[in-house]
Ligand binder design. Structure first.
Ligand code: FES
Length: 272
């Protein structure tokens, strides 16, 4: 197996990619399982969900005027709501906040693995051959993929909208019409919880808490740090799962608000 260079000098030609165990040529492999089911199904679902979020967060309201807040329910795509009076009608307020969660997801280590496979076939799967065009590459050391290294900063920022999602979930129990327990509030709480699990299971957060530590038992502070790191590690094992269910829950929460606004559904609720 060819060893990958540790550092690529600026301006130098891209190094050959390590051959690994994959065969030569797109899709060439000795694998006997249906390795292609995962990238095809994940790519299809991802494209549909991402397409919906783009439409709802950026296009829906400016184009059709559909409300994103109704009866105390604010769509998670617009939280925290930043809608200054000077904002032109054709720019969705969602645009002012969505770049944070989108940047966080787009640079997530799990999503990178997934969309490198289903969008770029780079590689299509473990031990599966790539298109010839991908045989030389600069990895994530050159534009645009070098931007993936901003992930840790998106992580810091992601806790801001996450905090407001919990606030929105709490406030949704107390709309102007009086306290209630509505299906929308339940959806909002579940959505905030799943997004929290997604964020707290982040690889970068795990490294931030437990990385670069030589001794986990030397001081009381280090022992606490170790305990937190272990909890994050437990969550991190299922990071892929949290990534998908939280993706679904965001879409569901937004769709719920939109359908309420359009009068297609009503919110089943117990009023106090
Ligand atoms: Fe997925 Fe950080 S690695 S959110």
């Amino acid at each position: 197996m060819t060893a990958l260079p540790r550092r690529i000098e600026p301006g130098s030609p891209p190094p050959p990619k390590a051959l690994g165990t994959a065969g030569i040529g797109f899709g060439s492999t000795r694998r006997r399982d249906r390795w292609w089911i995962a990238p095809i199904s994940q790519g299809t679902v991802f494209t549909i969900l991402a397409g919906y979020l783009f439409f709802s967060g950026i296009v829906w309201t400016p184009l059709f005027g559909t409300a994103y807040e109704v009866d105390g329910y604010l769509s998670p795509l617009f939280s925290p709501l930043i809608a200054p009076a000077w904002l032109p009608w054709f720019i969705s307020p969602g645009l002012l906040i969505l770049w944070i969660p989108l940047g966080f997801r787009a640079t997530c280590y799990y999503y990178r693995k997934a969309y490198y496979r289903f969008y770029f076939a780079d590689p299509p799967g473990c031990a599966v051959g790539e298109p010839t065009i991908h045989k030389r590459y600069r990895m994530e050391t050159a534009f645009p993929f070098i931007l993936q290294n901003f992930h840790r900063y998106f992580l810091y920022l992601a806790f801001i909208p996450l905090f407001f999602l919990w606030v929105d979930a709490a406030l949704s129990f107390f709309p102007e019409s009086g306290p209630r327990l509505g299906l929308g509030s339940v959806i909002f709480v579940v959505n905030a919880a799943l997004l929290s699990l997604f964020s707290l299971s982040c690889n970068s957060l795990r490294h931030l808490v437990g990385g670069r530590v030589d001794c986990f038992s030397c001081t009381r502070r280090r022992r606490v740090q170790h305990s937190v790191w272990q909890r994050i590690t437990t969550l991190n094992v299922n990071h892929m799962g949290w990534a998908w269910v939280s993706f679904f829950s965001v879409v569901l929460a937004d769709l719920y608000v939109r359908l309420l606004a359009l009068g297609v559904i009503t919110d089943p609720a117990i009023h106090f």
